[in-house]
Ligand binder design. Structure first.
Ligand SMILES: [Ca+2]
Ligand SMILES: [Ca+2]
Ligand SMILES: [Ca+2]
Length: 135
């Protein structure tokens, strides 16, 4: 009987301690994940859930590739709140060849006509330089 009382006292102490250490620090209504809750950031009331998204810095629908992530498809897990944070996307068209330029998506090669135009401009500039030097 005495042993049972001791066990009960121990169990009550343990439950009291765990109840005391598991509180909602940022008071967003979600317990931290250490306490069996879902709050991935118990110090920020605007973040309480984990989502897996692609990064899209130029918001063209193509994701930033080359990141080392836990997922094979380049997504990363993000702790967030009621809305998907800016520059993260749920759906994508594919990897972005330049994620800082929303005009470039799948092909970042310089178009041939630009190379020809740049060459003509250079020849023109050299010709002007030679004419000025001859005067
Ligand atoms: Ca939180
Ligand atoms: Ca992009
Ligand atoms: Ca882009």
């Amino acid at each position: 009987m005495k042993l049972l009382s001791i066990i009960i006292v121990i169990l009550l102490s343990v439950s009291f301690v765990s109840a005391e250490t598991c509180f909602d620090n940022d008071e967003d209504g979600y317990l931290s994940d250490e306490c069996g809750g879902t709050d991935c950031n118990d110090n920020n009331p605007n973040s309480w859930q984990v989502g897996v998204f692609w990064v899209d810095n130029d918001l063209d629908g193509y994701y930033l590739s080359g990141l080392t992530t836990a997922f094979d498809d380049g997504r990363i897990s993000v702790c967030y709140g009621s809305e998907i944070p800016e520059y993260y996307i749920e759906e994508t068209q594919g990897p972005d060849c330049d994620d800082n330029n929303n005009l470039l998506t799948t092909n970042c090669e310089i178009p041939e006509f630009s190379v020809i135009a740049a060459g003509l401009a250079l020849i023109g500039a050299l010709g002007t330089f030679v004419l000025i030097r001859k005067k």
